[in-house]
Design a protein around this ligand. Structure first.
Ligand code: A2P
Length: 340
């Protein structure tokens, strides 16, 4: 199999290579692409050296899969060119997520969206584009997916506490420079992030919400295939390296039993219920670091309103929030093509 990683020199691209190796793709032909300035650079992968190529050269090699994490404009430009040569693109940017004909997939929830939205399967040999959701959306919908199936969700109020790794290398460099008391060479954010936090992710829109907040609303509805779910989101950036946290308040359509809710979350594929207040155990970004699971804790009834729960959801945004989710989509497609 030939697999391309576009944006391989970036933060998520590096984790994609790590996850590919961990999950047994080390013997496959892996092609790595980045911007023109990185062409010729060497990258270690599975005990060998890969040479960074231009995106055009990698398209010419016609890989079966191209996993993208190189920003929305790169995806807009190149994903269709890959699809045109028969490649299945799994894109981590926001470029295609809300496109009607593009499935937006969390594999544990909605693999069926691939055929439903593209009209064909991978084994057909036709290229296609599949979108990987935003990191904050992935962990929230996975934590809620069992509850959506069992009770139905009416409304979600979510506040995020997002790690700087979600903004890429330059955000880590800003935080580290500030920690050393130095002036950052480049500011990834409009204000300091060390010993600070700010209620802002992405760009502000006319309605006073940000693009990151809109993603939580729109992507949740698309993944659950339910436009009636109400979502109210506030995104904040915190000086954490690795791991997004979310306070999630969810109103269900039916009355629930708290023990059943806990059981459902603990049985949700990809989720770990880590909720032992008597031992002061709850999920933290450090706990989630380098792990593929979504951790859920502080599960409790909201006394201010019926049928409503509060919970705290944490995941490594570079893994389940990005690289792992994309590679799991690819794994499931490979498996279904083998079984076809
Ligand atoms: P490069 O390192 O050559 O700039 P991050 O989000 O961590 O900053 O990573 C972004 C990734 O996207 C990097 O691998 C970067 O490559 C890649 N990238 C940025 N612009 C382009 C482009 N026009 N074509 C291909 N890859 C790009």
């Amino acid at each position: 199999m030939k697999i391309a990683v576009v944006g391989a020199t970036g933060l998520v691209g590096g984790v994609m290579l790590e996850v590919l190796e961990e999950r047994g793709f080390g013997k496959e032909e892996v092609l790595v692409a980045a911007s023109a300035k990185s062409v010729g650079r060497k990258i270690r992968f599975a005990g060998r050296e890969l040479t960074v190529q231009s995106v055009e050269d990698v398209i010419a090699a016609k890989p079966q899969f191209a996993i993208f994490s190189a920003g929305a404009s790169t995806s807009k430009r190149y994903a269709p060119l890959f699809a045109a040569v028969g490649t299945t693109v799994i894109d981590n940017s926001s470029a295609w997520r809300m496109d009607e004909g593009v499935p937006l997939v969390v594999p544990e929830i909605n693999m069926s969206a691939v055929r439903a939205r593209t009209g064909h399967s991978v084994s057909s040999g036709q290229g296609m584009i599949i979108a990987n959701p935003n990191c904050s959306t992935i962990q929230m919908v996975l934590a809620l997916s069992g509850l959506q199936r069992r009770y139905g969700i009416r409304r979600i109020v979510v506040s995020t506490y997002q790690s700087v790794t979600g903004t890429g290398m330059k955000a880590i460099r800003q935080l580290e420079a500030e920690e050393r008391g130095e002036e950052p060479e480049e500011m990834a954010y409009p204000c300091p992030v060390h010993r600070n936090l700010f209620p802002h992710g992405g760009d502000f829109m006319e309605d006073l919400y940000t693009t990151e907040e809109h993603k939580l609303v729109d992507e949740t509805r698309k993944i659950f295939d339910d436009a009636t779910i109400q979502v109210s989101a506030t995104v904040a950036r915190v000086p954490v390296v690795g791991g997004h946290s979310e306070s999630v308040n969810v109103e269900l359509k039916e009355e629930f039993d708290l023990e059943e809710v806990r059981r459902i979350i603990s049985e949700t594929e990809g989720c770990v219920l880590y909720d032992n207040p008597e031992k002061l155990e709850y999920p933290t970004p450090l706990l989630s670091h380098h792990r593929d699971e979504v951790f859920v804790g502080r599960v409790r009834r909201d006394p201010s309103q019926p049928k409503t729960l509060n919970m705290w959801v944490v995941a490594d945004n570079l893994r389940k929030g990005a690289a792992t989710n994309a590679i799991e989509i690819m794994e499931r497609l490979v498996l279904s093509a083998l079984n076809a």
